[in-house]
Ligand binder design. Structure first.
Ligand code: NI
Ligand code: MN
Length: 225
């Protein structure tokens, strides 16, 4: 599995010959200026919720790639009406795609499109593949529901927001990784605006103090594991 960080909460995942884009917000992020969305490959676009900083580039990428948009029914209906392909899921449900099984799980947050359209309940994704299992939390507070995930899935990597203000902070992300029973954490949702700037060295050290590994990728950098 190869995971590429496209800045903010945007990810590219390559697994089993398939390409997945998660929460594309690239053209609106000056830290991601070097990323050309027209070069991105996508068979699927996974969306955790409808906020602007997670869906800005969905239509452009879906138009280029003919990707299937995977999210809750309110979000998929919004894009279906515009002619895009989709697969809708809801909390607790899972579906076996050609790259692996995706479960849509709870997130404590809100979800509306920039124009005010209701974006359903926000979520996260547990992705089980032949090689690795990961959890993408989306925007969320620390929640006890995270404890449910390792009851079913042994996670190899958890992707957690760490920027504070809009989501949980670093301290809560450390507790979340305990709940998730996974000590390998990819941090996201930080530095892309003044409210969520973090000190990288200090953040990594705080995780290290708990014998946990916090990975902070450069925009465009990939993690292969
Ligand atoms: Ni949000
Ligand atoms: Mn966000």
């Amino acid at each position: 599995m190869k995971i590429t960080f496209y800045g903010h909460a945007s990810l590219g995942i390559e697994v089993d010959g398939k390409n997945i884009i998660v929460d594309p917000f690239i053209t609106g992020n000056t830290l991601a200026d070097a990323i050309d969305i027209n070069t991105l490959k996508a068979d699927y676009i996974l969306l955790t919720h409808a906020h602007y900083d997670h869906v800005l580039d969905v239509e452009a990428i879906a138009k280029n790639t003919d990707a299937i948009i995977v999210s809750n029914p309110e979000i998929t209906t919004y894009y279906e009406k515009k002619g895009f392909k989709s697969h809708f899921m809801n909390h607790g449900g899972s579906w076996r795609f050609d790259f692996g099984t995706v479960r849509y799980v709870n997130a404590v947050h809100s979800s509306s499109f920039a124009d005010g359209t209701y974006g359903g309940n926000p979520g996260g994704f547990v992705i089980e593949t032949k090689s690795k299992n990961i959890y993408i939390a989306g925007d969320t507070a620390l929640t006890y529901d995270m404890k449910l995930i390792p009851l079913r899935t042994k996670l190899d990597l958890v992707i957690l927001p760490i920027g504070n203000n809009f989501t949980m902070d670093l301290e809560d992300a450390i507790v979340a990784s305990d709940f998730l029973e996974c000590n390998k954490i990819l941090g996201y949702h930080y530095d892309s605006n003044p409210y969520i700037e973090i000190n990288h060295e200090e953040s990594i050290r705080k995780f290290l103090d708990k014998k946990k590994e916090l990975l902070l990728l450069e925009v465009g950098e990939s993690l292969e594991f």
